[in-house]
Design a protein around this ligand. Structure first.
Ligand code: PLP
Length: 472
């Protein structure tokens, strides 16, 4: 399998190249040259497979020659063996024809673990066999950092340094990062905002000499391997509900559009996905696009669902490329105008193609709290604010779509957002057993000013410590 850039001006790569590169050199995103598809009979033959085996089977065409099938199976078994639920991503019924797909049973209690637990192992495998090392550097306002750290902890070929804004993340979020006692993990608290952290990471990537010196890599959601690793759970849910002989709809709490793009890809691969609902909080740029072809950037407003406080959804470019009939020049032109003008000029025909499958949905904080309360009262179900926006979106589906089962993706464990859950229900959600001692564990992190030189020195010192004795 080869991968091409959505902007058409970067050389194609194989899976290993895409895994290690992230963004394409022309500023575009890698997508498969052609989507693999399965026949109805092939889908039927996958019914009943345990999650790790299903994941290995569905990822094989994307991975191509980069990993032997037996290695891919082993990495999937290891990645998902660490999940706290034997079904890995269990499907829970919350109403008539209404289901929740729980994606939060990984080590950091957020759906990002599903992809990153596998990616960390893939990185290690391909780097080790060519004797290379990678330094992952990232900025986080909360969730992504801990999922990336958990994915990389203890890996022989990877070092990871995560920047977070000092005193501006929740205690649970900070402790999930700073209590990881692995020699290849470093945390730096920056005396500044999340934007300062992000600017420092960008500056490190723009410093070509430094980038080469420490062999810089990223694990953000523009990496196609992450999208691929999110497809199997949609297949798992759809197969359990009768696919390919019965259609299904998904509602997905959305920020960077990676998770819902994976649901789209599951449909593209031949599953009968009848409707996709893109669920947003008050940052409703995507809802405005799907309602009225009005994709215009507004200031980011904080909400109870911070992982969805996003205006520019980086993975939307991949859908745009498909909506434009895979016309890379047209995609490039539209993305350049979006960057320059803050408004995305999507041609009417492409927007109509999106409307054939997608709907948008947006819910403010009071609506989110009342959905958490309703779920608890009516179904005895505790949902975090992100997941509740998904279930509300599923309920808002038009009557003609309700003939099919609707699955809302639950993207975070309620114990990750205890204040909101308690405010809505009066119930304080307990941390699951594997994290119950989080507040007794020792924290380790450095505190630095937002100064590029100081942060680069800290990164150098961290990786030098981990090189084998005698290495330069
Ligand atoms: C990252 C995240 C999202 C958004 O997912 P995207 O793939 O960026 O759309 C939603 N909910 C939670 C809890 C997240 O951590």
């Amino acid at each position: 399998m080869r991968y091409v850039s959505t902007r058409g001006q970067a050389a194609s790569r194989d899976f290993e190249g895409v895994l290690l590169a992230g963004l394409a050199e022309d500023g575009g995103l890698f997508v498969p040259e052609a989507w693999p598809t399965l026949s109805a009979a092939e889908w039927r033959s996958l019914r009943g497979l345990p999650y790790p085996a299903l994941a290995a089977r569905l990822l094989a065409p994307f991975v191509g020659a980069t990993l032997d099938p037996a290695v891919l199976e082993r990495l999937c078994a290891e990645a998902y063996g660490g999940f706290a639920h034997p079904a890995v991503t269990p499907l829970v019924q919350i109403g008539h024809g209404q289901f929740v797909l729980e994606l939060f049973h990984g080590p950091t209690l957020a759906f990002k673990d599903v992809a990153l637990q596998l990616l960390g192992r893939m990185f290690d495998h391909v780097l080790a066999r060519s004797g290379r090392r990678l330094t992952i550097v990232g900025a986080t306002s909360g969730d992504t950092g801990s999922a990336a750290i958990e994915a990389c902890r203890g890996r022989a070929s990877v070092d990871i340094v995560i920047l977070h804004p000092h005193n501006r993340t929740s205690a649970v979020q900070r402790r999930q990062m700073t209590t990881v006692a692995a020699p290849n993990v470093a945390n730096i608290a920056i005396e500044g905002s999340f934007d300062d952290c992000q600017d420092l990471v960008k500056a490190m990537f723009n410093d070509a000499a430094f980038r080469r010196e420490v062999s810089l890599g990223a694990v953000n959601s523009i990496n196609f391997a992450r999208i691929a690793a999110q497809i199997p759970y949609y297949a798992y849910a759809a197969l359990a509900l009768g696919a390919p002989d019965r259609a299904v709809a998904f509602a997905v709490p959305t920020g960077n559009f990676g998770n819902v793009l994976a649901a789209w890809a599951a449909g593209r691969m031949g599953l009968p996905v009848e409707r996709l609902i893109v669920a947003s909080n008050r940052n409703d740029i995507l809802a405005r696009f799907f309602a009225a072809n009005d994709m215009r950037i507004a200031p980011v407003e904080p909400s109870l669902s911070p992982s969805m406080d996003i205006q520019v959804s980086s993975n939307f470019e991949r859908l745009l490329f498909e909506l434009l009939g895979r016309d890379a020049a047209a995609t490039r032109g539209i993305m350049e105008r979006f960057r320059a003008e803050g408004r995305m000029p999507v041609p009417e025909a492409a927007w109509a193609a999106a409307r054939a499958l997608f709907r948008g949905f947006a819910l403010d904080d009071p609506g989110t709290l009342s959905e958490i309360r309703r779920l608890h009262r009516e179904a005895g179900y505790l949902a975090d604010p992100h997941s509740a926006i998904g279930t509300a979106a599923a309920r808002a589906l038009a009557p003609e779509d309700r003939a099919v089962p609707v699955v809302a993706a639950a993207t975070a464990h309620p114990a990750k957002f205890p204040e909101a859950v308690e405010r809505a229900t009066g119930v304080h959600p307990a941390l699951p057993p594997q994290l119950a001692d989080l507040f007794e564990r020792e924290e380790r992190f450095a505190v630095l000013p937002p100064d590029l030189g100081a942060v680069q020195s800290a990164v150098r010192a961290h990786i030098r410590r981990n090189l084998p004795v005698g290495a330069a």
